[in-house]
Design a protein. Structure first.
Length: 488
């Protein structure tokens, strides 16, 4: 019913019109042999190769009719004196009451090889698998092959991955939803497996705990979500240029949701085409996601958008207001603007409690929100409004900095726990510390001393964010960053 009611194929579509019911291009043998085919297609090619071999040994005439004058001696002469027994078996005739029966291709045999019938079946079968030729500059099959490194046998699966449900109903095609379901599971599995490989911690295995990872479950979940979130998948679809091939229905607008669905469905299509070959799935997923897990702490840290929302909820019991609009530029380019409205605490700095920020020219909705939030966080920190430490009675101390920073977190002054990373260079240690988006670093001859310095720098910057910083604190902070600290 859907096929009968389909609309005429849209003019200017980057995807060529499907070969409905297998009717389309004629595929000669030279072209067919260059294609990646399924088992049935390969069997068809094998039949032709077998019949050509029978012609070569003289069992068939050049027009593929049966050579009635053929004798065994002719075959032996054609094959040569050194022909092996296996070679002989390959061309040995099967006789039924004196009638020749080929070893394969009997469906095309009637006192000879019916090559016209075979060509018709080969063409029909290939048209069931392949997408028609189109402008080489915009050919979707070639483009996706280049991006993913995977060559589809059934290219119609590829088109289905890019087909929205509304478009499928209008034009009589299957849509991406079922492929998307499986692709979502594949994405999670591939990312999780890569995290398992990189974050398992064999140095700390014990009898009591034979398995352990370097990060707690909450942080592992956060890391994985970075790669399978709508925002990330949509951004990657745009970066790779895949989103221009999405087939939207009438009245539909391009969206991050559609880009996410396409990326998941594309992996589902690879699974269906490769019969769930995990070596291919892992490789394609890596190309699509650009998995980078060498700096896990960067994945754990919160974005400015997350930090501002959490801060606003804590201080005012509500979320900031984000209004995002899309603007269509020349040449069809889409850019987004965000108007951010948020509150700041009552203060003696002459700053109004109601604030507004406008961010223009972002490539995606999420990036527009993130850019606006970054400006807000920067404004709050620079004006000493980000953190309230008035009642903490804190005076940063280098020797006690690690404990002081941990205490601020335990008393809920900080949203997140301090995160420390270390790197050993030559004869010194370098430590990076981050908490609530504020960073500090320290270097020293010893690991513990470097950690103290990094914590001390973060403490001073927190005091500055609370409007409680002093010149003395700043001088002490810069002093710790000038060179290795000498203790004792």
């Amino acid at each position: 019913m859907r096929v009968k009611n389909r609309k005429p194929w849209p003019a200017g579509c980057l995807w060529p019109e499907p070969y409905w019911d297998g009717e389309g291009d004629f595929w000669d043998l030279d072209l067919a042999e260059m294609l990646d085919l399924d088992e049935e297609g390969q069997e068809l090619l094998d039949i032709k190769e077998y019949m050509d071999a029978l012609v070569e040994i003289g069992r068939l005439n050049p027009d593929y009719s049966l050579n009635e004058d053929y004798e065994d001696d002719d075959r032996e002469d054609a094959k040569g004196d050194e022909a092996s027994e296996d070679d002989a078996d390959e061309f040995e005739d099967d006789e039924d009451d004196g009638e020749f029966i080929p070893k394969i291709g009997t469906d095309y045999w009637d006192e000879g090889f019916d090559i016209e019938c075979w060509e018709a079946d080969l063409t029909y079968h290939i048209n069931q698998l392949k997408i028609g030729s189109c402008d080489s500059a915009t050919d979707p099959v070639s483009f996706v092959r280049q991006v993913t490194g995977y060559s589809f046998i059934n290219e119609n699966l590829l088109r289905q991955a890019f087909t929205r449900r509304a478009f499928g109903i209008e034009y009589g095609l299957g849509d991406c939803e079922e492929l998307e379901f499986y692709g979502d599971s594949i994405l999670q599995t591939v990312v999780t497996l890569e995290m398992f490989k990189q974050f398992s911690d064999p140095d700390f295995y014990t009898v009591e705990q034979p398995f352990r990872t370097r990060f707690p479950v909450g942080e592992l979940t956060t890391m994985r979500s970075k790669f399978i979130s709508r925002d990330y998948l949509a951004a990657r679809a745009s970066e790779l240029g895949l989103d221009k091939y999405i087939l939207y229905g009438s009245g539909e607008e391009p969206s991050d949701s559609a880009r996410e669905d396409m990326m998941e469905a594309l992996l589902g299509a690879v699974a269906a085409d490769s019969n769930w070959d995990w070596s291919w799935l892992a490789d394609v997923a890596d190309r699509l996601l650009r998995l980078q897990l060498d700096k896990p702490d960067e994945l754990v840290k919160k974005s400015a958008y997350e930090l501002l929302n959490s801060w606003h909820q804590k201080h005012f019991g509500s979320m900031p207001g984000y209004t995002v609009d899309r603007h269509r530029q020349r040449h069809g380019e889409e850019l987004y603007s965000c108007v951010l409205r948020y509150q700041v605490p009552e203060n003696d700095k002459g700053i109004r409690t109601a604030q507004m920020i406008v961010e223009d020219g972002a490539p995606t909705r999420s990036s527009a929100r993130e850019a606006a939030a970054e400006k807000a966080v920067h404004f709050l920190r620079n004006h000493g409004l980000w953190i309230r430490l008035d009642d903490a009675h804190l005076v940063p101390e280098l020797e006690n900095s690690i404990n002081q920073l941990q205490e601020l977190y335990q008393k809920k002054y900080l949203e997140t726990a301090p995160v420390y990373t270390f790197e050993e260079r030559a004869e010194e240690w370098i430590c990076d510390c981050s908490v609530d988006g504020i960073k500090g670093w320290g270097r020293a001859a010893g690991k513990k001393a470097a950690k103290k310095k990094a914590a001390f720098v973060v403490l001073v910057r927190l005091m500055e964010s609370a409007g409680l910083g002093t010149e003395e604190m700043k001088k002490a902070m810069w002093g710790t960053m000038e060179g290795p600290m000498k203790f004792g």
